[in-house]
Design a protein around this ligand. Structure first.
Ligand SMILES: C[S@@+](CC[C@H](N)C(=O)[O-])C[C@H]1O[C@@H](n2cnc3c(N)ncnc32)[C@H](O)[C@@H]1O
Length: 248
């Protein structure tokens, strides 16, 4: 079983003296311009489908205040409008990813509905029991200190509030397991490198993806933090998983 203590926390740059957090900021700042288009090419637009599913899950819960952590270029924060929440805040540690997200919000005239701001999952600048829901798509794998971030999420959620995570995972059944492995190991770094300025970025994506705990292993991490009603819902043959949990 993998947990925060035993899984290999992969860093973007090998042999860098910087903390994982500083490396992650550097990496996402450097690929921000290419991020949306490379994702669309590499994952055939499925990111959009999966994010919409997250919004749909939350819509049923009628949240009023939602925090989208690691919002990046803001797509999930925008999809969350579907829930009709009154307050949607998207935070991230990469200024350049946020600039793209902010531009999308400005262009669509959504400034009164969505706030995009700099913020660190590991030190949330919000009161205890504040949010009805917190989301995080393709973010948790990049946290420097996963436990610290999950504890902060638990602290700032209201009792019975919902935490939804969308994260890459590894298909378990033949032939998807083998096909996915080859695709992630060879195609993703190759195509990513063609489009992005950072030669390590998509190599990191590929390595961190295979090492990060998924399915029941991630459920167990959420359980250890104190979340309840934990579910994992594999998407597209297990290429990603949506985790849904509540604060006690
Ligand atoms: C793969 S991108 C995901 C962006 C977006 N959520 C999406 O679905 O496309 C990962 C994001 O996590 C952010 N991130 C990593 N560690 C973070 C932290 N401690 N607090 C907030 N954001 C963080 C990165 O800056 C990056 O924008």
């Amino acid at each position: 079983m993998k947990n925060q203590e035993t899984f290999e926390n992969v860093n973007p740059y090998e042999n860098s003296p910087l903390s994982k957090k500083s490396q992650v900021i550097k990496l996402f700042n450097s690929i921000s311009d290419a991020y949306d288009i490379v994702n669309k090419i590499l994952f055939f637009g499925l990111h959009g489908v999966w994010r919409k599913k997250v919004a749909k899950i939350l819509k049923r819960k009628k949240p009023i205040k939602i925090l989208d952590i690691a919002t990046g270029t803001g797509d999930l924060a925008i999809d969350l409008l579907e829930t009709k929440a009154e307050e949607i805040i998207g935070i991230d540690i990469s200024e350049d990813m946020l600039k793209i997200g902010q531009n999308k919000v400005n262009k669509r005239g959504l400034n009164d509905r969505i706030k995009i701001q700099i913020g660190d999952a590991e030190n949330l600048d919000f009161k205890d029991n504040y949010f009805d829901a917190i989301t995080c798509s393709f973010g948790v794998r990049n946290f420097d200190n996963l436990n610290k971030a999950l504890n902060e999420i638990n602290r700032t959620l209201k009792p019975n509030g919902t935490f939804v995570v969308l994260e890459t995972s590894n298909p378990e059944n033949f032939p998807f397991k083998q096909g996915h492995y080859m695709y992630i190991k060879y195609i993703v770094p190759f195509v990513g490198r063609l489009f992005s300025k950072d030669k390590y970025a998509y190599k990191y994506l590929s390595k961190s993806l295979t090492k990060f705990p998924s399915g029941i292993d991630f459920n167990n991490i959420l359980d250890k933090i104190g979340f309840i009603n934990i579910e994992n819902r594999p998407q597209t043959f297990g290429a990603t998983t949506i985790y849904v949990a509540n604060k006690k």
